[in-house]
Design a protein around this ligand. Structure first.
Ligand SMILES: *Cc1c(COP(=O)(O)O)cnc(C)c1O
Length: 243
């Protein structure tokens, strides 16, 4: 068994335990494998171990990796999903629109409009999560919770996109209780948008939160997608391409 295969098994086991403790069904929480800084070979190993969804932060790195993985021999019928989970500048929207299946870090209407306009006609609509700054850090990306509903309404109306949910990247919290408290804020906001009866929310089903260090708290608070990097691929060494 490879290290990645073994790590994936451990993360899936942690997710299953967290679901059991929260009284949730395991199939209601997806695992996004965050492969940033790791190469196409690492992605391939994860695919061979059954993983299909991958998250990337650095757009040019991701575009190169997606092409490299596509050129590899993979199990037949393995359809990979690529999620952009890094900051999206205006000058990178075209690459995101042309190469990714999901963009989880939309926090401004202008970026959403560009992604919609630049999504190639032959591809499925780009699946979108609105990034919300739930813990209110001044310098952090993400829309303020108070503005999330209005942004959701505007994004849901764009033809090249499908609004799927919200995502958050809270700061590290000191313990399980504190992690739950911040994830709970995201869940409340998610429920509020979901129940708002806005048009275009038919597929609003994704609450993307939780990483290697806090996935149990995220699952307890209602996460439907945890994004795990180091727990699967090992420690990252930086000196990586900038976004
Ligand atoms: C890197 C990253 C992750 C994964 O973090 P780990 O702690 O390695 O699991 C998840 N989400 C985002 C947005 C990230 O940038």
């Amino acid at each position: 068994m490879t290290t990645i295969e073994n790590n994936l098994g451990q993360i899936r086991a942690r997710m299953a335990t967290a679901c059991a403790q929260a009284g949730r069904q395991t199939e209601h929480v997806q695992l996004l494998a965050v492969s940033k800084t790791f190469g196409a070979d690492a992605v391939r190993e994860a695919v061979l171990a059954g993983q299909r969804s991958f998250g990337e932060n650095y757009i040019q790195e991701a575009v190169d990796k997606i092409a490299a993985v596509r050129a590899m021999q993979l199990p037949s019928g393995a359809e990979l999903q690529w999620h952009c989970i890094g900051p999206i500048q205006s000058n990178k929207t075209r690459l995101v629109a042309e190469h990714f299946d999901w963009a989880q870090t939309v926090d401004r209407l202008k970026i959403a409009e560009r992604l919609s306009a630049q999504r190639p006609a032959g591809m499925k609509p780009l699946q979108i999560c609105i990034q919300v700054n739930v813990d209110g850090g001044e310098t952090k990306s993400g829309v303020a919770p108070a503005d999330a509903l209005a942004l959701a309404q505007a994004v849901a109306a764009l033809p090249g996109l499908v609004l799927r949910g919200i995502m958050s990247i809270p700061d590290d919290a000191p313990d399980f209780e504190a992690q739950c408290a911040v994830h709970e804020k995201a869940r409340v906001l998610f429920e509020r948008i979901k129940s708002s009866a806005l048009p275009g929310l038919e597929q609003f089903d994704t609450l993307s939160m939780g990483m290697t260090g806090d996935l149990e708290a995220a699952v307890a608070a209602g996460s439907t997608m945890v994004r795990v990097g180091s727990g699967i691929f090992g420690r990252r060494t930086y000196g990586t391409p900038t976004p």
